[in-house]
Design a protein around this ligand. Structure first.
Ligand SMILES: [Zn+2]
Length: 107
């Protein structure tokens, strides 16, 4: 069980919104991108490590702006280094932490 960030009521992690106050369930909605699909932490990590040069993991996570930036600078090798580091960070995170971070950093 998780707690509603608005009213503190105990709610199911699978709940879309808090049944007490209607506040969106952060644990659940954080796991979903703009398209509503759940992003896989492992897929994102593998994309980051192997295709990070082109920002593949950023496109996968719905962060197209950052993805285009990575693709534009792939020749410098720097996005590849970022991708590798991000991939390792993704792998070291729990699914909940990963999802929460993606939600905050989506732009
Ligand atoms: Zn609530």
């Amino acid at each position: 069980m998780v707690y509603c960030s608005a009213c503190g009521a105990q709610i199911s992690p699978q709940a879309v919104a808090c049944p007490q106050c209607g506040h969106p369930n952060a644990v659940n909605s954080a796991a979903r991108g703009a398209t509503g699909e759940i992003k896989s932490r492992v897929v994102a990590a593998l994309l980051a490590i192997f295709l990070g040069h082109f920002g593949a993991h950023k496109f996968y996570l719905g962060q197209s702006g950052t993805g285009i930036l990575y693709a534009c600078f792939f020749w410098s090798g720097i996005p590849g280094i970022f991708g590798l580091i991000e991939g390792l960070i993704y792998l070291s995170q729990t699914d909940a932490v990963f999802s929460a971070k993606q939600r905050v950093r989506t732009f």
